[in-house]
Design a protein around this ligand. Structure first.
Ligand SMILES: NC(=O)C1=CN([C@@H]2O[C@H](COP(=O)(O)OP(=O)(O)OC[C@H]3O[C@@H](n4cnc5c(N)ncnc54)[C@H](OP(=O)(O)O)[C@@H]3O)[C@@H](O)[C@H]2O)C=CC1
Ligand SMILES: O=C(O)[C@@H]1CCC=N1
Length: 262
């Protein structure tokens, strides 16, 4: 099967291309690529990938087309892709708009952890998508991590806020934590390592047992030690409210983008 990626050198398109090639899901000669800035002599160690001349050329050389341009760049693509399976990675471009290209539409919401094969990339299939298409989607997404099929397109906007945000909130937390340490006079490198211990070490402890998070919070509270004091102060300062506000704002932005200009 020939795969085309529009936006193949971008943050996500490049991660997907790398994953597809390194896992042998697609052979270099069956991978058609397009970007704005032009072909690269080497694409993740492969010189023999196919660089399309333009959108029409990419469509002609692909059975499945991944659209990984920024949402604002979608209209200028003027994609015509009758009979093709389309995987849109774009936030805030709805299936009705995408269907104008004439293909069978699947919307996917990956995240930046695609770079390390650890993206959770839920997808939603519009009308006309077949079970064979779904198998194809799952196979392709296995190149960057795991997936689930969603039952409604509205859930894509929620998934755009989370998990689409990737490392954004952990990074924000790390910045605040390291900032506190530095403000207390701790050396820069040690301040960052302390933040890393909490953000990365803590995340590793929760890996594959995230549903135990409430019990873990309760265990720290019941311990009645220093962390319990910290958790109480965090909640009093609005920690959970801040997280919810962030997800609400991101979801709302995705919805407004999908509705188009007022
Ligand atoms: N980044 C993320 O964490 C996430 C992003 N998304 C979605 O994924 C999509 C891609 O995002 P991201 O990878 O971050 O974006 P980038 O800006 O990193 O990459 C965009 C890519 O699109 C290419 N491009 C732009 N315009 C055209 C055009 N007219 N024809 C061909 N190629 C074009 C660019 O080419 P060139 O490099 O030559 O300029 C580049 O390769 C977005 O729609 C975003 O909403 C979804 C979830 C998470
Ligand atoms: O911040 C963004 O717009 C991209 C799209 C979804 C998640 N990240």
């Amino acid at each position: 099967m020939r795969i085309g990626i529009i936006g193949a050198t971008g943050w996500l398109g490049s991660a997907l291309g790398a994953g597809l090639l390194s896992r042998g899901i697609v052979q270099p000669g069956d991978l058609a690529l397009l970007n704005r800035s032009g072909p690269r002599p080497d694409y993740h160690g492969h010189a023999d990938v196919v660089w399309a001349r333009d959108v029409a050329d990419l469509v002609a050389q692909s059975d499945v087309i991944v659209v990984s341009v920024r949402p604002e760049d979608w209209p200028e693509l003027a994609l015509r892709a009758e009979g093709r399976l389309i995987l849109s990675l774009m936030a805030g471009v709805n299936a009705r708009e995408l269907a104008r290209c004439g293909g069978r539409i699947v919307r996917v919401m990956p995240n930046a952890a695609a770079e390390i094969g650890a993206s959770y990339s839920p997808f939603w299939s519009a009308e006309g998508v077949t079970d064979t298409d779904r198998d194809t989607v799952r196979h392709l997404l296995s190149a960057i991590g795991t997936t689930d099929e969603l039952s409604s397109e509205a859930e894509i906007d929620l998934m755009t806020a989370l998990p689409g945000s990737g490392a954004a909130y952990p990074a924000l937390m790390a910045v605040a934590m390291a900032g506190f340490m530095r403000a207390q006079g701790v050396a820069d490198a040690i301040a960052w390592r302390a933040a890393e211990a909490a953000v990365v070490g803590g995340a590793r402890l929760l890996e594959r047992r995230i549903t135990e998070a409430p019990a873990l919070v309760a265990a720290y509270r019941d311990y009645r030690g220093t962390t319990a004091a910290g958790l109480e102060a965090a909640e009093a300062a609005g920690f959970s409210r801040a997280v919810v506000a962030a997800l609400e704002a991101a979801t709302e932005k995705a919805r407004r983008m999908a509705e188009g200009p007022a």
